[in-house]
Design a protein. Structure first.
Length: 199
């Protein structure tokens, strides 16, 4: 990963290839955190304070301290090496915002699906959305590791999420830049292997 200050808005002149990555997952799983941890520019975030209108709609079980939510998208950028840059687009997690996915997914080479094993059932509909896409967007699953979370093997996760054998599964801490970059690299490598390619 090429280091850059958070205020560095301009790409290095050596960059020759770019790729758009979708970062998806259910409500409260760490999408905004992951993009914020790796972005070399100040990330664009559309976080709004949650109100009583979402009570009974947004499941806050295990997320009692959460007070904001993404209502449009997150955006960040990371230069992987001297020639390759990734543009990251984070989607809102709630079903009522899923109409935004279509536009955000346009031109993406792949999607990083972030899951939380404490609330794994929330990931089923997200994975269904990706699997039903006509363009067959490649995706990898990143298990966001939370404190005191029970550890599961890759085989257990693959079975629980009903994933194909070739779908990459990685563990990451969305707060940790290196861990998050490793997850993005796993997705990018997989997307290249499926011949989606770079722009």
């Amino acid at each position: 990963m090429v280091s850059a200050s958070s205020g560095d808005r301009y790409l290095a002149g050596t960059v020759r290839r770019s790729a758009k990555i979708l970062v998806v997952g259910p409500f409260g799983v760490g999408k905004t955190t992951l993009i914020g941890s790796v972005s070399e520019i100040s990330p664009l975030q559309t976080e709004e304070t949650m109100t009583v209108a979402s009570m009974g709609i947004d499941d806050l079980a295990g997320l009692e301290e959460k007070s904001t939510t993404t209502v449009a998208m997150d955006f960040g950028r990371i230069t992987l090496n001297q020639q390759v840059v990734l543009y990251l687009f984070g989607t809102p997690g709630q079903r009522r915002f899923w109409d935004l996915w279509e536009g955000l997914a346009d031109g993406a080479i792949g999607a990083l699906v972030i899951v939380d094993t404490r609330r794994l059932e929330g990931s089923f509909e997200v994975l269904d959305q990706l699997e039903l896409r006509k363009d067959g967007l490649p995706f990898a699953v990143a298990v966001n590791v939370f404190p005191q979370e029970r550890s599961y093997s890759t085989a257990e996760l693959r079975e629980a999420l009903d994933l194909l054998p070739e779908t990459p599964i990685v563990h990451c801490d969305a707060r940790d830049p290196k861990s998050s970059v490793d997850a993005l690299i796993a997705l990018t490598s997989y997307a290249l292997a499926t011949e989606k390619g770079f722009a």
